[in-house]
Structures are given as C-alpha cells and as structure tokens.
Design a protein around this ligand. Sequence first.
Ligand SMILES: [Zn+2]
Length: 266
Amino acid sequence: MISELKKIKTGIYPLSEGSYTIGWDKIFKPFDVTIDSMTDRPASLLVEIQPFLLVTETQNILLDTGLGFYDSDNELVICNLIEQIGLQPEEIDLVLLSHLHKDHAGAVCRKENSQTKNLIASFPNAKYYLQNEELNYAYSNAGSSYDLEIIEALKQSGQIELLDGDGKINDEINYEISGGHTPFHQIFRINANGERYFYGGDVAPQFSQMQRKFVAKYDFDGKRSAALRQQYTQEGLENDYTFLFFHDLKTPFCKLKMENGKVMKK
Ligand SMILES: [Zn+2]
C-alpha cells in the first residue's frame, strides 16, 4: 500500500531563534528576557531573530535562515523548529536569502556532526537563491558582519542559484534589489495561497518601522531604507500585502491599514 505523504497546512510559520544582544564586536549573545538585563550589556542593541517557513501548494520556502545556533542535542535550532511543524530539512525546496549578514545566512550550512568542523548544506535538497553582487560584497567586505566560512561552504555545496538584478524565480516568487541595508540587499514578493506576501528582509524588519519614519545607523544607506519602507507600506496598503518581519517576534506578520492617518495592523 502506498502511504499518503503527510501534508502540512499552507501558510506562514515563523521560526523564532529568540532574542540576542549585539555590541560593537557584532557578536550575538543570547538574551533571555526573564533573567537577563540590558544594564549588563552596555552599548548593545537587542534584536530578535526570526526566519520564516512559507508553505504553498507546490513548495516549501525558507525566508532567510537565522544565526545558526545549535540546541543541546547539537541540532540547528531552525531545523528543530521545522521538524516540530511536521517537515524535515530535506523537504525545504527553496531558501531565499535577502542578504548574507550572519544573522540571516548563519544557518545555510551546518556541522556535519558533532565530531567535525566540516560544514554541509543544512537543507540538502534546496536551491539557495542569493544576489551575485551581495556574494561579491560579502567577500570584499569580510568584516564581522559576514561569516565567510559558512558562505564558502554554501558555495562549495553547489546548491547556489545566483541572481543578477530583478526577476522571477517561478510563477509565485519575484525578487528585486532594494539596496538600503546592504548595497545589493533584495526583497521578495510572493503570490501564493491566495495571498500576496512581502518579505522585506532588513529593509522592513519590524512592524513599528512601517509606522514612522526611522533612519537606522546600521544600514549601508539608511535614508534609502527609510524611503523604501514608506514606498512598501503604500504598496502594501494598496495591494493588501501580508508583511513578514524578520526582527519582530511580537508581530511576525500582518497586513496593514490606515486608521486616523496612522499605519496600523489590519
Ligand atoms: Zn543585516
């Protein structure tokens, strides 16, 4: 008898990797709100890390991958979260990367096992989509924001699909270079499940940033990011977009509406 493949419900699944502080050294330290205090982490920024699994009728899409922390069983946190939903890492079809900063691309590869430092693709059957120029930029600006060891391992995996400029991956997925956060940062518009999803990576990382004009110091071009957020907000209001926010555990995703001249959650 042929067993029926287990099918999980279509939709968005936030994969929260938790909260972290990041200091001048660009090192991410886990931050537990119930025990840790920001006063012990001077000159640090509190960030939440949250990739997404988007399940459509035809494909399982991962939107960025997170920092790549391991749990106590030596398994990547993100893989464990995917398994809890009812999928295996082998069932991820596409990994869409907004950019290659380590909090977004840190889990593209994982240690083969606990005994070795050898890195292999975390999602062995997936194609990884990233911008060619973002890859070049990572290599030529190899600072603390990029983990080149992991990026190099991904390159060696042969699973990369390099994108040049704007275009379409398939009938459901469109990509566009936004710049702003990094010079070749890209955003994704995905039409699936009767919805219009918008993933703005670090150009649109939190709901609150869609509500007010905010120029971030951590952006390559903060003014451009701020202007783009206003443009995307407008576009989202007109097209009933569902926005996915990578750095927002409180509002992982939502639609927007205007209320008394203010952008609100729908
Ligand atoms: Zn970034």
